[in-house]
Design a protein around this ligand. Structure first.
Ligand code: 4NP
Length: 194
């Protein structure tokens, strides 16, 4: 099981958007049993509050709901995550303060997985949820490419290792990386490798 945690300041705008989109992709790939997805805040300011209406609207346009999602602050159980994904530099700073040197997974900004040294601006302040949506889904195209690669990999098992190497050498989208990792950890893939 790969555990992925998206983190932002309030956990009502950006991280729930990333969580909901990623969950939708994972479900569509049939990998829900292999990837656990969650999101959390670095502050308690919105604790218990539902997802912001701006985020809801953008997600609704692509048929994604946010039922049952409420803001919560980071807690020690989150240290079990394999990937802790922040949206901006202050998120990363606060996540690292919270971790305080304890053992946990990889901590990075979402757009770093797209090879971009850029933050996802906070729509709470900008009011621009459309741009947030574009940034959070930026790598969707790469994700589609990776989905095609999965199928190729599954069809042509002997090519699995070279493909994996090529794949790891490219600057992969975060979503693709996790989906790929989960696919590789699937039993049939493990058997194929043996
Ligand atoms: P988020 O946005 O970190 O993307 O969820 C914010 C939501 C609420 C606040 C700040 C940022 N706030 O100040 O309550």
């Amino acid at each position: 099981m790969v555990k992925v945690l998206f983190v932002c300041l309030g956990n009502i705008c950006r991280s729930p958007m990333a969580e909901a989109i990623f969950r939708d992709m994972v479900e569509k790939e049939g990998l829900s049993e292999k990837i656990q997805i969650d999101s959390a805040a670095t502050s308690s300011w919105e604790h218990g509050n539902p997802v912001h209406s701006g985020t809801r609207k953008e997600l609704a346009k692509v048929g994604i709901g946010v039922e049952g999602m409420y803001s919560r602050i980071l807690n020690d159980n989150d240290l079990e995550a394999d990937y802790i994904v922040g949206m901006d530099d202050s998120n990363i700073e606060n996540i690292k303060k919270f971790i305080a040197g304890r053992k946990t997974g990889e901590v990075k900004k979402l757009l770093e997985y797209a090879g971009e040294d850029r933050i996802i601006d906070d729509p709470w302040y900008t009011g621009d949820f459309k741009t947030t949506f574009k940034d959070v889904t930026k790598e969707y195209i790469s994700m589609c490419h990776s989905a095609i690669i999965f199928r190729i990999v599954k069809l042509y098992v002997p090519m699995l290792i070279p493909l994996k190497v090529i794949y790891c050498q490219t600057q992969m989208a975060f979503y693709s990386l996790i989906l790929f990792q989960a696919a590789l950890s699937a039993t049939d893939m493990a058997l194929a490798l043996n």
